[in-house]
Design a protein around this ligand. Structure first.
Ligand SMILES: *Cc1c(COP(=O)(O)O)cnc(C)c1O
Length: 457
């Protein structure tokens, strides 16, 4: 039976939207390694980055300031869906029969259905302000492409999206969404770029990859002075824009009268994890919360943080993007096919990588099948049908809650529900038909990927 006195969600008002993003750079426990230019193999200069990024975003990428004000125009757009709700997962707790308290911050309320518009809006805004009216980008399953298309529609910027071919063919709905918001979308590899033509010449049936699509989008931006490039994850400024999630969550956890013992996010390139986690990392480094566990959940089919190497690598397959110090499986690594398309990136955010190697945060890898089991349990208890990416965070939270039960501990767990799965229903159909399998990743694939690492002195 229900209890009408218990609180299910903690809501902020529009006026409570944080006025500044949190930049963790000045608080890091170790110096941030410079980015290396693929052209010179020397530390990259702002001028080189200015070929594809507006100066304000380059300044944010390396900013020494702890707080970066969010322009009023961006806050005004954020109000279309922010502040996002924080839920207490009472029903899931009951189903697990756990003494743990489980909270989740829900980013699926954005028009694109994920956390990605938090940075898409900011990036389109700073480009527009710099006089750039065209942005090229890549997208895997279409989450980022649709988020940037939304931003382009709201801020009047033309968006051109290179979409990984398998997704373009098999998951057309996000493509339709991108078109509806007025942006262009091409299957990648395409005939529109040198790198695309080269890959098609070698393999006309190439299914594409995120690394290839990034190379195509970067090439378009590098060759056209009126066009910039935009990346949906990984980079410092992207992680910083996403901290709006954690900053709101901190206020909401205060409303709930609890402080988390464990903070969890799924990890592809690192942005939604960073978004929730970085404000809590600040508490851990500077606020006396040294025992706080902060956990990144990744798929075992693309185990960048748990099986990759911490070293310099290219951000893309075509070797055009900056070389950064990060956990990586090698830029030629080809992940096995899983439904969580957004978690199939070979590398990781340099910021998150630095925090992991310094043991401020932890990482764990999860198989696909238990993630779907937990996602379906979540849908049947809390109602929301999660994105397959977010299912990894749910699975990590469920594992924590069951561990707390075994130990008889009241543990407070907070995770980021980064998006809904309404465009991933084919994956749920496969699950319902018993077709979701764990996909083993042979050690030879990892070894082969790591052979492609560049030699940076
Ligand atoms: C893109 C995406 C991710 C993975 O990207 P990160 O940069 O690691 O956050 C996770 N969840 C959803 C819903 C996504 O769309």
């Amino acid at each position: 039976m229900g209890d009408s006195t218990k609180t299910r969600k903690y809501l902020l008002q529009e006026k409570d939207i944080p006025a500044a993003w949190y930049n963790i750079l000045p608080d890091l426990p170790a110096p941030f390694p410079p980015y290396i230019s693929p052209a010179t193999m020397k530390p990259i200069t702002p001028d080189e980055l200015a070929v594809i990024f507006p100066m304000e975003l380059i300044m944010q990428e390396f900013s020494p300031n702890t707080w970066v004000d969010i322009p009023g125009e961006i806050i005004d757009i954020y109000k279309l869906w922010r502040p996002s709700p924080l839920f207490r997962a009472h029903n899931l707790e009951k189903a697990l029969d756990t003494p743990a308290h489980i909270y989740y911050k829900y980013e699926g309320v954005s028009p694109a259905g994920s956390h990605k518009p938090n940075t898409a809006i900011a990036q389109a805004y700073y480009n527009k302000k710099a006089g750039i009216n065209k942005i090229s980008t890549e997208t895997g399953a279409g989450q980022w492409g649709s988020a940037l298309a939304l931003a382009g529609a709201l801020l009047d910027v033309d968006i051109e999206v290179f979409m990984v071919r398998v997704s373009y063919d098999q998951k057309p709905y996000r493509k339709f969404m991108i078109n509806t918001w007025g942006a262009k979308v091409h299957a990648s590899p395409s005939n529109l770029t040198d790198v695309g033509r080269k890959i098609l010449a070698e393999n006309p049936d190439s299914p594409g990859s995120l690394g290839i699509a990034i190379s195509e989008a970067v090439e378009v931006a590098a060759k056209n002075p009126d066009t910039n490039y935009s990346l949906g994850s990984v980079l410092n400024h992207v992680c910083m824009h996403q901290t709006i999630i954690g900053l709101e969550a901190q206020k909401q956890m205060e409303m709930a009268g609890e402080y988390p013992d464990v903070v969890i996010g799924c990890h592809g390139g690192g942005s939604n994890f960073a978004g929730l986690a970085l404000p809590y990392v600040r508490d851990k480094i500077k606020g006396g919360k040294s025992r706080l566990k902060i956990l990144a959940a990744e798929p075992s089919a693309c185990p960048t943080l748990t099986k990759g190497k911490y070293t310099y690598d290219f951000g893309d397959t075509g070797e055009m993007a900056p070389i950064t110090m990060m956990y990586t499986l090698g830029h030629k690594f080809i992940p096995t096919g899983i439904h969580a398309g957004g978690l199939r990136y070979h590398g990781a955010s340099p910021l998150i990588s630095l925090l992991l190697v310094n043991k401020i945060i932890e990482a764990a890898a999860f198989d696909q099948k238990p993630c779907f089991d937990s996602a379906v349990l979540f849908a049947r208890t809390e109602g929301i049908l999660p994105a397959p990416e977010s299912a990894h965070a749910i699975q990590a939270a469920v594992a924590e809650a069951l561990d707390a039960k075994e130990k008889g501990e009241k543990r407070v767990i907070l995770f980021n529900l980064s998006g809904h799965g309404h465009f991933d229903l084919a994956a749920y159909d496969a699950y319902n038909s018993g077709l979701i399998k764990d996909v083993a990743l042979p050690q030879s694939s990892i070894d082969k990927g790591l052979e492609s690492l560049p030699d940076v002195k």
